[in-house]
Design a protein around this ligand. Sequence first.
Ligand SMILES: Cc1cc2nc3c(=O)[nH]c(=O)nc-3n(C[C@H](O)[C@H](O)[C@H](O)COP(=O)(O)OP(=O)(O)OC[C@H]3O[C@@H](n4cnc5c(N)ncnc54)[C@H](O)[C@@H]3O)c2cc1C
Length: 502
Amino acid sequence: MFSRRRFLASSLLAATANLPASRGFSAILAPSPVGIDRDLDAVTGAGKPVTLKRAAVQELGESLRGNLILPGGAGYDQARWVWNAQMNRHPALIVQPRGAVDVRNAVQFAREADLLLAVKCGGHSPSGKSTCERGMLLDLSLLRGVRVDPEARLARVGGGSLLGDLDHESMAHGLVTTAGTVSHTGVGGLTLGGGFGRLARRYGLALDNVRGVEIVTASGEILRADAEQNPELFWGVRGGGGNYGVVTGFDFNLHPMQRQVIGGNILFPLSQARQVLSFYAEYEGTAPDELYLSAAMASNSDFSGVSGVGFILCYSGRPEKAEAILKTLRSVGKPLIDTVKPLDYVALQRSGDSDEKRAIGSYTKTGFVKKIPPALIEAMVGGLEEHPERSTLVGFQHCGGAISRVAADATAFPHRGIHATSLLTVDWPGNADPAPHIKWLLDYWGRIVPHTDGFYTNDATEETQKQLDENYMANLPRLVKLKNRYDPTNLFRLNANVKPTV
Ligand SMILES: Cc1cc2nc3c(=O)[nH]c(=O)nc-3n(C[C@H](O)[C@H](O)[C@H](O)COP(=O)(O)OP(=O)(O)OC[C@H]3O[C@@H](n4cnc5c(N)ncnc54)[C@H](O)[C@@H]3O)c2cc1C
């Protein structure tokens, strides 16, 4: 969840280092193969080998308006791309649907062959849940597009869209909804699992703003789910991740907002870490909803040697109220760097974009916190101080506000009383051995985890099924019932999985 770019977007680092330019994340698309010349070796959801007959694959390809791409075919490497370069997997076949009917055809094919199936929107799953080895990859990148109805304050968003698409189109009408802090993250994964961002304290999670979805279920039905139609499914998709089907379209509520916000970072010397984080622990709960204020410490960041502790903020309230807030924040210590200024909201949302993860390795642990006691601050600062040579980013992403004012059972996302998400992340050069870095981070995380209360499923890495189940809290039985109804064979298993019991 808290990659360096996402957490520090337009950040401590950006203030001092030149970021690599984004290479762009949309695939260059290949035409469907004309004539399949071989059977394909693949695996089932349970990992058993299965052979896909040439004629059946050919028939699938002919049933699509979109593309079917096989290993070695044009566009294969681009289509199998995911953000975490450590997840270098090779699907047996890739379908790029152009609409819900293509999705249905692919889902039916995968179900009938009992195939392992991965669904990819933005491909940002840190644990590589949106790719697979020798299964089918459903790459939704052709389902990318946003149409805004300003009268109805509604955005109709294709299930393969990226957050930047949504911000760009809606803000042009003076309207917004909550989106995450890195614009090349997918709307699909982010929204179905939660959706934190700079406006979440004001407007709730991204999933709190969903008015309805079009979804293709495991049986191949194309359903509308909203407050009136299939309301139980609508409840489940808002927090249940990709467990119930492939969402081909989202309808989002939009809110009027000025284009200009106040954003940036205030960075203090790392020696003031305890002071700054103690202030943050007291202050964050009193902040207005319009203030998104995260706190972070960085050491040897990006291998550039940048170290510091500070605030990352976005204030979207009335400008005349900003000065008093900024004065308070600036007086916490002696700022080294202060980049806070009036900014275009869409530009701020893009300011953390990067594709650097392909050049470096990274490992992150996150957990929700309901308070930030002195012992947690000590554990965070102490852990960092012991290894200043590591490229580390740690801190708290601000939650609370409107996120907390929704009942825990109103949607499938139950973690409503949270004040912040705690984060630890370590980076290393792409060719280095990850093992010592990951081990170090896990040891460090061991000191933090006693202070956490659940985790964000979108950030889940190696959590056990028991941990995933517990994390759905009291909503689990209802989610399992829905899974039994809509996906009894667990076709959609590459996610924070709800296991069917039928
Ligand atoms: C750089 C970066 C920045 C991030 N910033 C934020 C942030 O600010 N706020 C925040 O809340 N989270 C953030 N995250 C975490 C983010 O929520 C998850 O990584 C999320 O999974 C990304 O969605 P995606 O569509 O890009 O992912 P993908 O990897 O494409 O998909 C993730 C999961 O969702 C499923 N899925 C995706 N789309 C669909 C669909 N249309 N229908 C059904 N299932 C689908 C996939 O099958 C998979 O299980 C960030 C992650 C990264 C790497």
